[in-house]
Design a protein around this ligand. Structure first.
Ligand SMILES: [Zn+2]
Length: 123
């Protein structure tokens, strides 16, 4: 079994509605997102999946969030844009991509909100 990952980043503002503390105020983060792919079959070049293709697909999804006020996005009309919810939304969108196959699947999405805080979502 192979496991590969790519990282991408986006910058955005948010606040956590109902939170008792600083995070209830408008603020921003430089989120770092890592997509982790697992599989056991390599292609004819010896690759599980082309890093470049995986990164392009991840960046396409992150475009929705980049330089936005997350609470205003349709994705977060019914729930807070926490790192947990962001990770799940990115996972579901990316997992639906045609770049994956029966033998090469998205395993997890990690969302790092600060250098010391990271969420991992997988199904
Ligand atoms: Zn925050």
């Amino acid at each position: 079994m192979y496991e590969i990952s790519v990282r991408a980043a986006f910058e955005a503002a948010h606040f956590i509605d109902g939170y008792d503390g600083k995070c209830s105020r408008l603020h921003g983060h430089n989120w770092i997102v890592e997509a982790v792919v697992r599989g056991d079959k390599l292609d004819s070049l010896g690759m599980l999946i082309d890093f470049k293709i995986l990164k392009a697909e991840l960046n396409k999804i992150l475009d929705e969030f980049d330089h936005r006020f997350l609470n205003d996005l349709e994705s977060f009309t019914t729930e807070n844009p926490t790192a947990e919810n962001i990770a799940r939304k990115i996972f579901r969108k990316l997992a639906a991509s045609e770049i994956f196959s029966e033998s090469t699947k998205l395993h997890a999405v990690k969302v790092q909100e600060t250098p010391h805080s990271c969420v991992t979502y997988y199904e």
